[in-house]
Design a protein around this ligand. Structure first.
Ligand code: SF4
Length: 373
């Protein structure tokens, strides 16, 4: 392959045609309507792991509940998690809440204006601090996320795994050389927008791209080969048994839920007790064992609901839910928050997505199924 050196014209396309393209083509997103630092912060955190179309309604709902830093800081974490429910990656919500308190206590209620000081806040990393500092405060900071890495890796045909620190560092260096002193935030936004809408992971729309005349990947037809994927690891899968433990006496339609420890994955969210199915045991046996180990209750399985599959960032799970009744035992007194609730009360607690799907199956089964035995 003949070397196709990045040249002045390619750099000029980034500096001139990209912002012009953004001016013409940018979407009217709710958080773009006013350049309020708080709103920019919330939107950037939501967009860390969520698509724009999915994030928008959550953004509106979140801002209605917590219109400013002060409101977010004084809110109860349970309510913050409830407003976040469905967006996933709940550490983002916990960190927003913690950071809002730091902003109130240490920064007089105003977000710090520099990238360095923003980075010291919980949940604000390299990318988000650069995005906020450039968009809200005009700092010339390069915001490099997966979208930007893809655009630059393709335009310059950069070698290196898409997740590698080496590729990220090279991309940052290139973006830092390109980012203008005037309106650096718009340049960052233009890069992100191009990556999200035109230079997409599959089938990039090169015909619409302002970089096409000098893009190396387009020139060589190698768009799908960049950024490179080296060392792709397979994603593990786990079967997890889940117990929907119905209350034995007075509260016949109530079931047990417990709150996950705050420092755990999905921390602060409510869930049904349960755990991984071990080698050599059935999901039903695992349910009985896990429920006993976690809660101290001995249960008998009454019926089975259809399984729920869910993908997290580093693994996939299939949850096998069983409706159970208590035959003996006492609830552990281990400091974990637990309560007996019915389905209507469940709407006031934050649950992980997969547990919410189990709740939906439970509601359907309560109106249609008959228990076993
Ligand atoms: S021309 Fe195609 S591959 Fe190159 S940056 Fe644009 S969309 Fe991406």
């Amino acid at each position: 392959v003949t070397a196709f050196e990045p040249d002045a014209e390619l750099l000029a396309l980034f500096r001139k045609h990209l912002p012009d393209w953004f001016e013409r083509e940018q979407r009217d997103l709710v958080w773009r309507r006013e350049r309020d630092p708080y709103k920019i912060w919330i939107s950037e955190v939501m967009l860390q792991q969520t698509r724009v179309d999915q994030a928008e309604p959550y953004f509106v709902r979140f801002l209605e509940a917590f219109p400013d830093v002060h409101a977010l800081a004084r809110a109860n974490l349970d309510v913050v998690l409830l407003k976040w429910e469905g967006l996933g990656y709940y550490s983002r919500a916990r960190n927003l809440h913690r950071a809002a308190n730091v902003v109130m206590e240490s920064h007089g209620g105003y977000l710090p204006r520099s990238r360095e000081r923003l980075r010291a806040l919980p949940g604000i990393g390299e990318y988000t601090s650069a995005a906020i500092a450039s968009l809200a405060f005009g700092e010339r900071a390069a915001a490099v996320d997966g979208n930007v890495i893809r655009v630059i890796a393709r335009a310059f045909e950069l070698e290196g795994d898409r997740k590698s620190g080496r590729l990220r560092a090279t991309v940052r260096e290139i973006v830092e050389s390109l980012i203008p002193h005037d309106e650096p935030g718009r340049f960052n936004e233009a890069m992100m927008e191009l990556g999200a809408r035109v230079c997409t992971p599959r089938s990039p729309d090169c015909a619409e791209c302002p970089l096409r005349p000098r893009c190396l990947a387009f020139h060589h037809g190698s768009q799908e080969s960049f950024p490179q994927v080296i060392n792709r690891k397979s994603v593990p899968h786990y079967d997890v048994a889940v117990g929907i433990i119905m209350h034995a006496d007075r509260f016949a339609d109530r079931f047990l839920v417990q709150k996950r420890a705050e420092n755990a994955m999905l921390g602060g969210l409510w869930e049904f007790p349960g755990g991984k199915v071990e080698d050599g045991e059935s999901a039903e046996e695992a349910c009985i064992r896990e429920v006993f180990e976690e809660t101290g209750l001995v249960v008998a399985v009454q019926s089975e609901l259809s399984p729920v599959s869910h993908a997290y960032s580093h693994f996939r799970v299939t949850l096998h839910p069983y409706v159970c009744t208590v035959t003996s035992g006492e609830l552990h007194n281990d400091g974990l928050e637990r309560q007996w609730i019915d389905v209507s009360e469940a709407s006031e607690l934050a649950f992980p997505r997969a547990n919410r799907l189990i709740l939906e199956r439970l509601m359907t089964s309560q109106t249609s199924d008959h228990p076993r035995g």
